[in-house]
Design a protein around this ligand. Sequence first.
Ligand code: COA
Length: 267
Amino acid sequence: MILQTKRLILRPWDVSDAEQCYKYASDPDVGSPAGWQAHTSVQDSEMIIKSVLSKPETYAIVLKETGLPVGSIGLKFHSDLADFDDECELGYWLGKPYWGQGIVPEAAKELIRHAFEDLNLEKIWCGFYDGNEKSKRVQEKLGFKYMWTTENVPVIDLGEFRVGHVNCMTKKDWQIQRINHFEGLLDQISGAVKKLDDAYNEFETLSPQIKELSEYYESSLWRKDFEDDEAGELPKELKRGVLSEDAVYDLLEEIKEIKEKTGCFSE
Ligand SMILES: CC(C)(COP(=O)(O)OP(=O)(O)OC[C@H]1O[C@@H](n2cnc3c(N)ncnc32)[C@H](O)[C@@H]1OP(=O)(O)O)[C@@H](O)C(=O)NCCC(=O)NCCS
């Protein structure tokens, strides 16, 4: 299965990705917060691709821009958190140079859609170890809900114990999130349409004044006023911006443009 987002392709890992995988997974700042040992060599990465990253629903996060994998994301079934067949656990990591660009949230959103829509799952679990603020933030942004905290969780790969926080998202949560999102879009768009409508109505009300101003601007009277003003024959306090050619012209052009834009709402 291959999934896509605006910037990313999510596709199965391949042994030929070993070098690229090692480049990022050899950094202890990537593995340790997630609870695994940094990869020790390209051969080690190759072995991990064969044994761990080749599991079902595990994807390399590939940047469309370069075509290269920079991280991993996957759904684990029958894990410590996901007991039932219609549940899974979301896990992810990303190469340090790419942190902070919203890449994992973008990939996770698509994988969550895939889990609920294509795989018909009911629940997605996601956890993080105490202190992993970046992962906590990713889960908050995705809309996961806090469930519980466990003291002394064994981190087997690193031979230590940590405090673990557990979050969850149900299919219903995801649906509500989607409806809220689209209701927000609807409000935003209808707000903008109303503002344009208001502008149109305002110009309708002001149309006699606009007409009067354009006629003055096009008449010989305005030319006389302008020329006298240029010649310094008018008192200083009369010198208003509206008499200058640019100001009146710009104003009338602006009104014309807004009228054209709002015209589609008037009929
Ligand atoms: C957790 C992780 C996957 C986040 O991925 P990401 O694509 O960088 O996620 P985001 O861009 O949404 O950043 C998440 C938060 O990290 C923080 N952050 C981002 N870049 C950072 C950086 N360079 N240094 C410190 N904090 C940073 C920000 O608080 C950000 O939240 P914000 O968007 O509200 O500002 C990534 O940091 C990582 O791989 N960490 C190590 C492995 C890991 O912890 N995996 C999860 C195990 S549970």
